[in-house]
Design a binder for this molecule. Structure first.
Ligand code: SCA
Ligand code: HSE
Length: 354
């Protein structure tokens, strides 16, 4: 929630000139105070379905202790689901029809696993773009994570992602590129974000289509960009929502795939993630896995418990700060009626008046 300039104190004007959100007493008195409704379109595979819910719910919940948030999970057809996940979705998720009827102030679209060479061949492509087309007209801002970013950049601007020679996998240092943008105002100017992807949309392709790049890494590419209007679509290429253990879980999954001969090379470590003690444990474990695979022997469990305690989370504070900025801005411009995206007077082509 922003400051209210309730006196003539010059500091208010000074902060406002520096980009801080400051409400006039007039605006503050007339602001409608209500809860915010955020959709979570969860298209992650079954194994990560509930972990993904927890990650985004946690980020929304932890980013601001004053506002009230209602998060509405829903999903789409075209994803392979087992009976347990289907029961969970049937019992707890809302339908897209209901979401459309009631309206949303903001929408988060999760990452996904892909099985085809081109995203438009995925069974979820059409339902995903249907949700997006509705949101584009009716929701104040849509935040896309990883795969959703790739899919919607392709859908909106015709740019296909590029397959990388090796998976971009680990925790990378990033810098804020445009310090004046309200989404990254008042946050650390250098911070970590995990990435986990085989594909990339490059900065030059984004900028060619008018997207504004806000946070990028020399090693890992763009993490955060926004649509040409400055706010209506927020693209994350990294995973600021990840838990401390998420990359460990993915690493374990890859080790098991190696043991089952579903991949030929032993998986590398995610970069800048395991400390030396963890790497020693995992190197010993790798010798065991290789011997077990080639000798057809039973596999011992990975020593996860010994590793978890030493994992650091170095991205969460900045992730919360960006989410807080995002939802704060949504709140300032969304309509009192949650089915409508903007208050009167907000320009849909430049909603933040940048
Ligand atoms: C790696 C796995 C398979 C691990 O799941 P498993 O259930 O097998 O793990 P497990 O060792 O049995 O552990 C189970 C416990 O850990 C929790 N758990 C599982 N995965 C977790 C995760 N990623 N983060 C945090 N917690 C996690 C479970 O909820 C459960 O908790 P409780 O016991 O407490 O309930 C899963 O997380 C997964 O599929 N992740 C996929 C992530 C992914 O694909 N990300 C890429 C998006 S990338 C993208 O969108 C673009 C990709 C591209 O470039 O094409
Ligand atoms: N954007 C509204 C808050 C949401 O109803 C206002 O500032 O009054």
């Amino acid at each position: 929630m922003p400051l209210v300039a309730h006196t003539e104190l010059p500091t208010f004007r000074r902060l406002q000139e520096e980009g801080e959100e400051i409400l006039t007493p007039e605006r503050a008195t007339h602001q409608s105070i209500r809860e915010l409704h955020i959709g979570l379109l969860n298209i992650m595979p079954d194994a990560a379905l509930e972990a993904t819910e927890r990650q985004f719910f946690r980020l929304v919940g932890a980013c601001n202790q004053i506002a009230q948030f209602h998060v509405h999970p829903f999903t789409i057809d075209g994803l392979e689901r087992g009976p347990e996940a289907l029961a969970h979705i049937g019992k707890y998720y809302e339908s897209f029809e209901q979401i459309k009827r009631d309206g949303l102030d903001a929408l988060i679209i999760s990452g996904a696993n892909v099985t085809h060479d081109h995203l438009q061949e995925e069974d979820f492509w059409r339902p995903l773009t249907e949700v997006f087309e509705w949101a584009k007209e009716n929701v104040t801002s849509v935040l896309c994570s990883c795969l959703a970013t790739h899919a919607l950049i392709q859908h909106c601007y015709g740019v296909e992602r590029t397959r990388l020679p090796a998976k971009r996998w680990g925790v990378y240092s990033h810098k804020v590129v445009d310090r004046s943008h309200p989404l990254v105002a008042e946050i650390n100017t250098r911070f970590d974000v995990p990435h986990s992807r085989f594909n990339e949309v490059f900065r030059s392709d984004m900028e060619k289509h008018g997207l504004k790049v806000l946070v990028a890494s020399d090693q890992a590419g763009v993490h955060l960009a926004v649509s040409p209007d400055g706010f209506r679509i927020v693209f994350f290429q990294g995973h600021p929502e990840y838990d401390d253990i998420s990359l460990l879980k993915e690493y374990k999954r890859e080790v098991l795939r190696y043991y089952r001969a579903e991949r030929d090379d032993y998986p590398p470590y995610p970069e800048h993630y395991f400390d030396e003690a963890a790497q020693r444990l995992l190197a010993d474990y790798a010798s065991h896995v290789q011997a077990a695979r080639h000798g057809g022997r039973q596999l011992k469990a990975m020593p996860e418990e010994q590793i978890v305690g030493g994992l650091d989370i170095t991205w969460r504070d900045s992730a919360k700060a960006v989410f807080n900025n995002w939802l704060g801005k949504v709140y300032q411009i969304t309509n009192e009626d949650r089915r409508l995206p903007f208050m009167d007077g907000v320009d849909p082509h430049n909603p933040l008046g940048l």
